[in-house]
Structures are given as structure tokens and as C-alpha cells.
Design a protein around this ligand. Structure first.
Ligand code: LRH
Ligand code: MN
Length: 396
């Protein structure tokens, strides 16, 4: 590989950071059961400890996203303990994700619930989540809503939009100067007739309506299979409304599989559009790269290491595209030349250069192998197995 290409990869990796989800280390399941892993994390301490392992081995994930009800049982009163833990472990707190789903009172929605008392409770949780973020000094409060309906005619879609606009505006008013609110869309699940924030356009209008510190979050698993996600990314970038990503992979729906396990070219195309936007505008896009996966069958820490390593490889490949050569090929409608600039970069084996980057940054050449040699898994398995064995794995 030429020195210039190796330099591009080194520069790209030095600037690449991806945030880990605390819930990716915990025993999560599907509708058809939860398979308990003896080494899975249950306490926030364990989630931070596992995240520190992944960061120590990959050098690319210094922050951990938290889900309020799952990680801060005492809400805002948990913040001093969380701040101390993050300090001690050396992993900073990342995006704060409110839980506006799961609890019984959210059966018919949260911000979109016809019951004003429930909408009030949802607002209170959202306000507390903003306050948690402010006290922990984190930037993003990341909102996803399960709100929607299962049967035609059972929900007033226009009225629910008006309730969302009011509530999101009220939340925005609570943001501190350095905070952002991210609005995540999803076309379906758990609602199977309509979802109140179902696509990028709805999220864009609601975020823009909420205020200048609101942005749209793109979860790669939240699209119909035939949608062109990188085109949506380009439109949101041009609107200045793209806040970040939840990366994962899928074969069918919101499968939350590990990045690149099904369609690695998809994430490559997204990274490439972002780098093309940065090349065109001459400025870095202000984006939060985050992982949102649930590891039901793979070992959770190995799945996370594999995910970060693969994201680094795809980002490195995207950095190899010569954007100026591509721009002229596009203008000359030299389709084959243009396409091959992407395919050549994607087909480039960047792993030797990444191993050199790891060595130069005093990181393990092979993070998965280093993890397997570390004995960490054996240690936490003996510490956690008894409690995880007691865990409830049934759906019903
Ligand atoms: C919803 C979602 C959302 C999270 C949840 C864990 O599907 O993508 O981002 O709150 O997964
Ligand atoms: Mn998500």
C-alpha cells in the first residue's frame, strides 16, 4: 500500500470514535426468549468495566451510552455515583437515552398518549433525562419513541403529532447551552400499524420545530430494506440536521445484528457520503457515531470488539476514495470509473495498515485474540455466573 494511502488510514482512524451502548453488554432477548450468558453485565459497574475492555483493545470507543431506567435506577440521584464510576474506569458517559417505553403506563404511548396524565409523566422523565445529561456533562439526550398504533382508526395521527410538537418543544427549552436532543425515527415495531415518528422526514420536521439544538438520529436498522439510507444521510447533512447514528446490521427488519455482518457495503457507502460531504464543504461533520445492537447469541464483549474493529475497517476503506477523482468522473458521467473508485477502496485490504496503526498506538494487533488471551472473560464469568443463572429467560 502506498505511503499516501497508509497516511490516509492513520489520519482517519486517529479521528474515528464510536460510542458503545450499555445495553449491548447486558442479557437482552427477543420476543421468543432471552438466552442468559453467565458473563453478561447486569450492574452499571460491570457495563463500564466491559466497555473499558473494548476501548483498551481497540482505542476507538471512550464513551458509553446509557439508558436511564436500565442504568440510572434512581434517576438524577444516581448521577454522582455514575460520574465517579466513569471517572474511575476512564470511560466517559455518552448519550443519555430516556426510557419512554416498557412501563405499563406507556401502553398507548408516551408523548402521543391520549391520556394527559401519561403525557405529563413522559415529559417529567424527559426533563429528568435532560437534567441527568446536564449533571453528567454529556452532550446528547437521544430520544426514541415506541409510540404508535396497531389498528387503523384507533389513533388520531394528526393530534398525536401536535402533542409530540408541544412536548419536544418543552424538552428543547430545558436543554443547557452545550446539549443536543436527538430524534430517532423507526418505521415500525413495537407498533405495527402506524409509528408516530416513522421516517426521516417526520423526525426532521419535529426536530426543526423543537429548536436549534435538535437533530435527527439515523439508526441503520430503522429503514425498509429498499430504502437508500446514504441518500437520506446526504439530505440530512445538507439540512444541517444530522446529529448521529446508531449502527448495526440487519437481514430483514430491526435485527440489531453486528455491523457489517450482512451488508458491509451499506455502512461503507454511508461513511463515504459523509467523507465526500466533508471534502466538499472543507469541514468535519459534527456527528455522533454510536452502536445500537443486542447480542443474543454471540459473546457480548467479543461481539462489541468485532463491531468496533469492523467499523474501523469500513471507515478506513471509505477514507481511501479519491473524492476529487470521483467528482470529475461523476461530472464526465464516467459511470464505470466512478463506481470502481468506490469498489477499489472497498476491496482494499486495510487490515495490514490498521495493524501498523495499532502497533504505533500501542494497541493489540488483534483485539479479539488479545481479549481471548486476557483471561478477562474467565474472571467475569466466575464473578457473574451465579447471578445470571438466576435471571428470568422466558418471554411470557
Ligand atoms: C429502538 C432502539 C432505540 C433504543 C433501543 C434500545 O429500536 O433502536 O435506539 O432505545 O433500540
Ligand atoms: Mn437505535
Amino acid at each position: 500500500m502506498s505511503a499516501d494511502r497508509a497516511d490516509r488510514i492513520f489520519a482517519a482512524l486517529d479521528g474515528f470514535r464510536i460510542e458503545l451502548p450499555s445495553w449491548g453488554f447486558a442479557n437482552t432477548g427477543t420476543r421468543f426468549g432471552k438466552y442468559m450468558q453467565p458473563a453478561a453485565a447486569t450492574t452499571l459497574e460491570e457495563k463500564f468495566s466491559d466497555a473499558a475492555q473494548v476501548h483498551a483493545l481497540t482505542g476507538a470507543c471512550p464513551t458509553l451510552a446509557l439508558h436511564v431506567r436500565w442504568d440510572l435506577p434512581a434517576g438524577v440521584d444516581s448521577t454522582p455515583q455514575v460520574a465517579a464510576l466513569a471517572q474511575r474506569v476512564g470511560i466517559a458517559v455518552g448519550a443519555i437515552n430516556p426510557n419512554l417505553f416498557e412501563e405499563q403506563h406507556y401502553k398507548f404511548g408516551s408523548f402521543g398518549n391520549p391520556d394527559a396524565a401519561v403525557r405529563e409523566r413522559a415529559r417529567a422523565h424527559a426533563f429528568e433525562s435532560v437534567e441527568i445529561g446536564r449533571r453528567l456533562g454529556t452532550r446528547d439526550v437521544s430520544f426514541w419513541f415506541a409510540d404508535g398504533s396497531n389498528y387503523p382508526g384507533t389513533a388520531n395521527i394528526r393530534q398525536r403529532r401536535r402533542w409530540f410538537e408541544e412536548a419536544l418543544g418543552a424538552v428543547h427549552a430545558r436543554l443547557g447551552a452545550g446539549q443536543r436532543m436527538l430524534v430517532e425515527y423507526k418505521p415500525f415495531e413495537p407498533a405495527f400499524y402506524h409509528t408516530d415518528i416513522a421516517d426521516w422526514g417526520m423526525a426532521l420536521l419535529l426536530a426543526r420545530g423543537a429548536g436549534p439544538q435538535a437533530r435527527v438520529l439515523v439508526d441503520t436498522g430503522h429503514h425498509y430494506l429498499s430504502q437508500n439510507i446514504e441518500q437520506i444521510v446526504d439530505w440530512l447533512l445538507m439540512e444541517g440536521m444530522l446529529g448521529g447514528f446508531h449502527f448495526n446490521d440487519r437481514r430483514y427488519a430491526d435485527d440489531d445484528l453486528t455491523i457489517g455482518s450482512i451488508d458491509p457495503y451499506q455502512v461503507f457507502r454511508i461513511f463515504r457520503e459523509i467523507r465526500s460531504f466533508e471534502w466538499e464543504t472543507g469541514r468535519a461533520a459534527d456527528l455522533a457515531y454510536m452502536i445500537d445492537q443486542s447480542h443474543n447469541l454471540k459473546g457480548k464483549i467479543e461481539a462489541m470488539i468485532q463491531t468496533v474493529v469492523f467499523a474501523q475497517e469500513l471507515y478506513a476503506k471509505a477514507s481511501l476514495v479519491d473524492e476529487s477523482a470521483l467528482a470529475s468522473a461523476q461530472m464526465q458521467t464516467d459511470l464505470v470509473r466512478a463506481e470502481s473508485l468506490l469498489q477499489d477502496a472497498f476491496a482494499t485490504d486495510v487490515r495490514p495498515a490498521i495493524r501498523e496503526w495499532r502497533a504505533a498506538r500501542k494497541l493489540a494487533a488483534d483485539p479479539i485474540d488479545a481479549f481471548r488471551q486476557s483471561g478477562y472473560l474467565e474472571r467475569i464469568t466466575s464473578e457473574r455466573a451465579a447471578r445470571n443463572a438466576a435471571g428470568n429467560s422466558s418471554y411470557a
